[in-house]
Design a protein around this ligand. Sequence first.
Ligand code: MRU
Length: 367
Amino acid sequence: MPIGTQNKPLQTVMWEAGKVRLIDQTALPEKLQYVEYTDWRDVAEAIRTMVVRGAPAIGCAAALGLALGARGIIADGRESFLRRVTGIADTFRAARPTAVNLFWAIDRVLAAAAETEGNPVDLKDAMLVEALLMLDEDIETNRRLGQYGAALLPDPVNVLTHCNAGALATVGYGTALGVVRAAVEAGKKVHVYADETRPRLQGMKLTAWELARDQIPVTVIADSMAASLMRQGKIDCVIVGADRIAANGDTANKIGTYGLAVLAQHHNIPFYVAAPLSTIDTKLASGLQIPIEQRDTVEMTHIEGIRIAPEGVDVINPAFDVTPGELITGFITEKGVLQPPFGSEASVPALPSEGQEETEAKETVTA
Ligand code: MRU
């Protein structure tokens, strides 16, 4: 499909005729192709191998995968059904460690089963209903947070983003790119710089593709170019997604995010994290406790199957880093622009009303 000619919104995770249907993100940008799964084990494998990736998309794919697995269980009673469902849930939990949305989603679908009266058939239905509800909620959440974020942006604006926190990383619309989309829909002139995001190149392959598809101006840069662009005054703000946010605001996101936050502070550029509340893990006091996924070093040593590193050289491949909360200007969520600490007492600065300057938005309310 030629870029920019079709505008049907992307839906990354779907349920169709009893199957889990995913956009195959490993095929992009060459082709937009879908894969359908009838076996829950293959959905778990799709998460592990990043056919589907991005924190909210992983969560929703796992929710549907668990509901799919539950449907295949032949159990004579409620207790044995719940035991077997828990086993399936454990496989999903082991797929990737960092994005808390995965664990949140699994817990929600398990809770839907546990809280439902009746026999396994009733429980299976409740699990699927819950998973489908989460898909709808994801798009609605992104639209809401997009509007809160769009109100923060000047017009015109040059936004720098890292990795892919777009429609492809969610069920649809996106978090960081949801803010971009909402600003464009509000009539603002937005240009995005997309870090290519080594080693897996989600910025170049996915962010650039989905923005170009929506005809939103985008320029891909090598990760090492951000500092120089900031120095030249070419970046007005940085907006990234998140995989897990600790109670103190420390945020795990794609490796390289921390460096951008340090650079943004040095150049006095606002640095926003756009994420649903489901990405906040209030059980973790700080980012030190966030598990960081270490991926196969072949992602570093090879590009498109071709070795680029000398044989035998040492290579590491942490998939995420943790940005200290104090470097983050604000957390753009579906409940407003929040400041840590997160828990029951998160504070929400009110949004500027029409015609009001953003800097006047000082009032705070309790979330
Ligand atoms: O390894 P990935 O591609 O799953 O990493 C994704 C990210 O780091 C995203 O920025 C994050 O999940 C937020 S997606 C809305």
